[in-house]
Design a protein around this ligand. Sequence first.
Ligand code: ATP
Ligand code: MG
Length: 356
Amino acid sequence: MTTIKMAVIPGDGIGKEVMQEALKVVKCVQERDSSLQITTMVFPWSSDYYLAHGRMMPEDALETLQKYDAILFGAIGDARVPDDVTVWELIMPIRKNFQQYVNFRPIKSLPGISSPLAGGNDIDFVIFRENAEGEYSDSGGRLYQQQPQEMTIQNTIMTRIGIEKIVRAACEYAQQHGKTKLTSATKSNAIIHSMKFWDEHTRKTVTQIAPELQLEAIYIDALVAYFVERPQEFEVVVASNLFGDILSDLGSAIVGGLGLSPSANLNPEKTFPSMFEPVHGSAPDIAGKGIANPIAQIWSLALLLGHQGRKDLEHLIVQAISKVLEEGVVKTADIGGQATTAQMGDAICQEIIHMT
Ligand code: ATP
Ligand code: MG
C-alpha cells in the first residue's frame, strides 16, 4: 500500500483548468491500482487570494505544506498583481524553505508531436538545473548613480556544497536509469571565477560518486547549438541556475512546446516536500476558454508519483499520454487539434484505466 498526502495549489488562469484534469487522473490511477491511496487537499492560494487578503498565502502556509508528502502546483500570474509579488511571495518561499535545490526537467519527444527541428524525434534526456544559488542572487547593487561612471555589480554565488549537491543528484539519477554520460554546461573560458569553480567541483563530485560516468563539460554557447543540431546525443545535463533556466526552456521548445513540459522542484533528501509544476505559466491569453493543454500538468503529477517511489505509475501515465498523442484523435489547439482541456484529460484517463 502506498499512501501519499498531496497538497494541491491550482493558482491562476489555466493553472486552475489543467489542475482539474490532473485531479481526474489521480482518481483514475487509484481506480486502476487499489494499492494506491492519495489524499488531496486543495489550497486556493492565488492572485485572487492576494486581492482578497493582501498576501499570496497565509502566514502559516509553509507549516501547513510541510505536513504533506508533495505539492502539485498549477501556475501563477495575473495582470492585476505584480510579477515579483506572485513569484517572491509564493513560489520562492516554497522552493527556498523546502530546500528544493534541484529543478528537474525531462526533455522527451512524444509521438504525433512535431518538433521545430528537422529530424527532431527520438529526443530523450533530462536536465538538472541548480535551483537555489548561482547567478540568481540578490548580491550586488548600483554605484555612482546619476554620475557618468554609474555602474552595477551583480554577483554570482556558488558554494562547493551547492555544486556537489546538484551534481550528486544528477549522478544518482544517471546511475539509477542506466545512463552513461553526464553533460555539464560551463563557460569557464570567460567567467573565470564561478565557472572554473563549477567545473572543478563538478569533476570532483563525479569522480567521487560516479567514476563510471563519462563527464563532458561544454561551453554554453556551443551547447545551445548542439541542443538544436544533435539533441539525441544527450542523456543527463547538469547546469547552474541561469544556464539551466535557458537550456530547459530551449529543451521544451525542441520537443514541442510549453503545453507538454513538466518540471519538478526537488528536495532529494525528502526532508521537505518537493513541488511539481508545469513549465508554462497562467497563460492569460487562453484562460477561461477551456482549451489549455493539460498534459504538462498531468505529466508533473506523474513525476510526483515517481518521486514518491511509484515509478511504475509514472511510466503508466507517461505511456497513456503517449498513446493518446499517437492515436492523434484528441489534440488541443496548441498541438494542432480542437479538443478541449477536459476532453484531453478524459482521453488520458481512459487509457490509464484500460491500458494492458
Ligand atoms: P505567466 O506570466 O503566468 O508566465 P505568460 O503570459 O508568460 O504567463 P505562459 O503561460 O508562459 O504565458 O504561456 C506562453 C504562451 O504559451 C501563451 O501564448 C500561452 O497561451 C501558451 N501556452 C502556455 N501553456 C499552454 C498550455 N498548457 N496549453 C496551450 N497553450 C499554452
Ligand atoms: Mg511565462
